[in-house]
Structures are given as C-alpha cells and as structure tokens.
Design a protein around this ligand. Structure first.
Ligand SMILES: [Zn+2]
Length: 321
C-alpha cells in the first residue's frame, strides 16, 4: 500500500498543497501559491496539476508511491463525481477536478469541502484524535464547522450541516453574504473584524493598524497581535466584539448538541491567544451549568495544515466509514 498522499487545500485567496505520510500525518513537503490573479476553471486546474508534480519533484517521492490526491475546496462540491459545483471566490463553476487530475496522473482523486477536510485532519491526527463527539469550528473568511458524532462527520440531509456561520446572533442585524441578516459570520469572521477596524479608522479613530498595513493594506494576524500588545483600543474593541458573538454561537451549539469538546481553529485563533481565551471564557459563561463544567474548548492542533492533512487523508477516512 502506498505510504504517501497529496492534499490540496484550495481557498479563496491561496492554494496550500502538501505531500503527507499517511501513517503519521506528517507533512513532508508543502507549497503555498496565491490565487489572486489566476482565477477561473482553466487556470486553477492547471495550477493544481502543476502542484502535484512540484510536490513529487521537490520531496523526492515518486508519484508511483502516492496513493491518492485529496482536494478541499472552498465551495459547494459533489463528492461522488469529484466536481466543484460552485466557488464564486475562485470564479469556478462545475469544475471536474477528479477527471482532470486522474487523466493526468492516474492516481485516485477525492474531493471534499474545505471545512470538511480540515475536520478530517483534526479527527485523524489533530486535537480530535481519540475523541468521538465534538465540533471543529474554523474562523477565517467565514465561520464554518464540522460536526463529529460517534467518530464520524455528520453532514446532514443535504450535506450542509455545520453551517455555524449562518446561525442568527442578532435579530435584523448586519447583512450576511448568504442573503440573511444577523448571521454569526457577519460579526465574528476575519472579514467582519477587518471591515470593522477599517471602518473605524475611516471614521477618524486612531489605530496602530494604519501604520502596520501601510505597504499593502492587508491586516495580517500578526498585526492584530502587535496592536493588542500595544493596547490599541480599536483592535481590542473589534476582537472583543467578535469573541462576544462567537461565544454566543458556540454556547448555542454546546447547549443544543452537548459535544464533549469544541475545537477552535483558523489563523486568527492560532495567532491570538487573547481571542481564544476570551471566546472560551465567554462561551462557558453563557452555556448551561452542566455542559459549562464538562465541555472542553481547545485549539486545533494542526494549525494551517488541518486542511492539507485532512485532504490527503480523505481516501483513508472514507474507506473506513
Ligand atoms: Zn449568513
């Protein structure tokens, strides 16, 4: 049996790919590419095909030793056919990655969505390993979650379970990308936090962020951390607000599902302890007394690699179901 697998995490702004030892979950070589200019089915497919070769060449592991390629896609997917149905951020619609890659390399290809593969990563080699009932929540461009029940991902009747980002946390609140109002991700996603900070600066509030982002305008996690270390009031208020809303969402999930544990991931959680600690404290204060005492809230263990490791493990995970 092949010892290696390739995992590709295709997000809205970057592609992260890795060659993984499937017995240990160890990333042997990884590569990150921006997708900013190169959107559309043809360009993205070409890039993914090139990445598979690059990973093999650079790691020195021949493709003959690679047992599968797994893709995690930020959009709606058809798992059976291996098709990305729609990813507006990438300008990709009805792209058959499975057919394209299998024609090129003759290696079996497995497709999942980005949150699903990140959950598989944490389940097999991360914070979920050895546990049966928990929810993985990832804070990024949006807020997504994977629900694990009895050691398996629960995907729901239409395959869309875990859309925690669209739980209503404010009646008639901010507009959300989904068309509804007051959704959690309109308050607690990275995008929401950045918009709020930029909005406050525009209104004339002083923030150290103005200086930190002067080169390219991008608010990176490390800048938010620097701002917090310098007691920047704007950033402190925005992160505190996001933690407040996120904790309301998480407390609802805990009360409703009674999981053993919540695994929190995403760049922001990874980089900013203050955000993780405050969210944890507020969540446990908001949920019912018994789950408040018993539920663990922990950080995702694989960090940036949850998605690529999970994508690489899709074949193994699905075969054991
Ligand atoms: Zn929504």
């Amino acid at each position: 049996m092949a010892k290696y697998s390739i995992g590709i995490d295709l997000g809205g702004t970057k592609i992260l790919a890795a060659i993984v030892d499937i017995t240990t979950g160890k990333v042997l070589y990884s590569s990150k590419k921006k997708t900013k200019k190169d959107k559309g089915a043809d360009k993205i497919t070409k890039k993914v095909i090139e990445l598979v070769k690059e990973l093999s060449d650079e790691s020195g592991i021949p493709l003959a030793d690679v047992g599968s390629v797994g893709l995690g896609l930020a959009g709606q997917v058809d798992r059976e056919k291996g098709i990305l149905i729609a990813a507006p951020n990438l300008d990709c619609f009805n792209v058959n990655f499975k057919a394209a890659l299998e024609a090129e390399y003759n290696i079996p290809v497995f497709i999942g969505n980005d949150v699903e593969v990140a959950t598989v990563g944490e389940l097999m080699f991360g914070a979920g390993k050895g546990h049966e009932n928990y929810v993985c929540v990832f804070v990024g461009t949006g807020v997504g979650s994977g629900i694990v029940i009895n050691g398996k991902i629960h995907s729901g009747y239409t395959g869309t379970a875990g859309e925690i980002g669209h739980i209503t946390v404010s009646q008639d609140g901010r507009a959300c990308g989904c068309g509804a109002n007051g959704c959690l991700e309109a308050y607690a996603s990275r995008t929401a936090i950045e918009q709020k900070i930029k909005g406050a600066i525009k209104k004339g509030h002083k923030s150290i962020i103005t200086e930190l982002i002067k080169d390219d305008g991008i608010i990176r996690s490390k800048y938010l951390k620097t701002a917090l270390d310098n007691n920047d009031e704007i950033v402190l208020n925005c992160i505190t607000e996001a933690a407040e809303y996120l904790s309301s969402g998480l407390a609802s999930v805990i009360n409703f599902l009674n999981p053993e544990m919540i695994i929190l991931g995403g760049g922001l959680v990874d980089a900013i302890d203050f955000f993780f600690d405050l969210t944890t404290k507020k969540t446990l204060a908001k949920c019912l007394p018994t789950p408040s005492e018993k539920t663990n809230i922990v950080k995702a263990k694989l960090g940036d690699f949850s998605g690529v490791v999970g994508a690489a493990m899709l074949k193994t995970y699905r075969e054991q179901l």
